[in-house]
Design a protein around this ligand. Structure first.
Ligand code: BTN
Length: 252
């Protein structure tokens, strides 16, 4: 039987609700979808703007081992991008480590949270937020966009029904990224070939099978970056490749 999808009009965060369900014994694959989040969480302790009109979805995993945890954000982002691609002709890109990008702007993001008992991994929640018809934050830090801006007829249901199976079928025990996953990531890699100045300065070469960002610092070999926020060396056009609206592009 398919695990349950719990729908709420309004929650603090779908992650909180799913952690509570997990603590009460919910099975792997259980999912929480909310119309609105009052305390949506983003990566690195940031808040995530989650008004009505977006897809705010979390899915529960109970992996037997923690092998794939380092790459799970990348794996989930890639799966989400590929699942949503059927909705529009423009390429949905991925930006290390957890962003979905459309037209050079942030379309959504992935957040993974694990719960441990001592050394034992008990469960993992993967949350994905996709801007659909909601207002998006528009400030210096986040050039964001929404699917509805390009496909006005799109519905929350359509997006959810593409996203949910893509997330539920993620293999959290898969360990390192396979050659096939690296190839698929490379096709959508928004950072590849761009000059960055944070977390290290250099040109992005891609990602490694352990999920690290590979940056060429001009020394002939790439350095591996495992954590940190990416900041581009140069400013970028914000949307529609409109060079008149260049603004500093930082990670949302
Ligand atoms: C990021 O890019 O910073 C990650 C954003 C993740 C947002 C989603 S929305 C569903 C789930 N619930 C949350 O509170 N956050 C994630």
């Amino acid at each position: 039987m398919t695990p349950r999808l719990h729908y709420f009009e309004r929650v603090s965060s779908t992650m909180d609700v799913l952690h509570e369900l997990a603590a009460s014994g919910a099975e792997a694959g259980t999912a929480v979808l909310a119309a609105e989040q009052l305390e949506g969480r983003g990566s690195r302790g940031r808040s995530w703007h989650s008004p009505l009109g977006g897809v705010w979805l979390s899915v529960l995993f109970r992996p037997a081992a923690a092998d794939g945890l380092d790459v799970i954000s990348l794996r989930a982002g890639l799966s989400a991008a590929e699942a949503l691609q059927t909705l529009l002709p423009m390429l949905i890109q991925v930006k290390w480590p957890n962003d979905l990008i459309l037209d050079n702007q942030k379309l959504g993001g992935v957040l993974c949270e694990a719960r441990w008992q001592g050394d034992l991994l008990v469960w993992v929640t993967i949350g994905v937020g996709i801007n659909v018809h909601n207002d998006v934050p528009d400030d210096d830090r986040s050039h964001a966009t929404a699917l509805g801006a390009l496909v006005p007829a799109i519905t929350i249901d359509e997006v959810t029904h593409l996203l949910l199976p893509a997330l539920r079928t993620l293999d959290l025990r898969a360990g390192r990224l396979s050659a096939d996953e690296l190839r698929r990531f490379e096709r959508r890699d928004w950072l590849r070939g761009r000059e960055i100045r944070e977390p290290v300065a250099g040109m992005v070469q891609g990602i490694a099978e352990d999920g690290a960002l590979l940056v060429d610092q001009g020394t002939g070999s790439s350095v591996s970056v495992r954590t940190g926020s990416v900041e581009l060396a140069e400013s970028l056009p914000a949307g529609n490749f409109d060079h008149a609206t260049r603004a500093r592009h930082r990670e949302h």
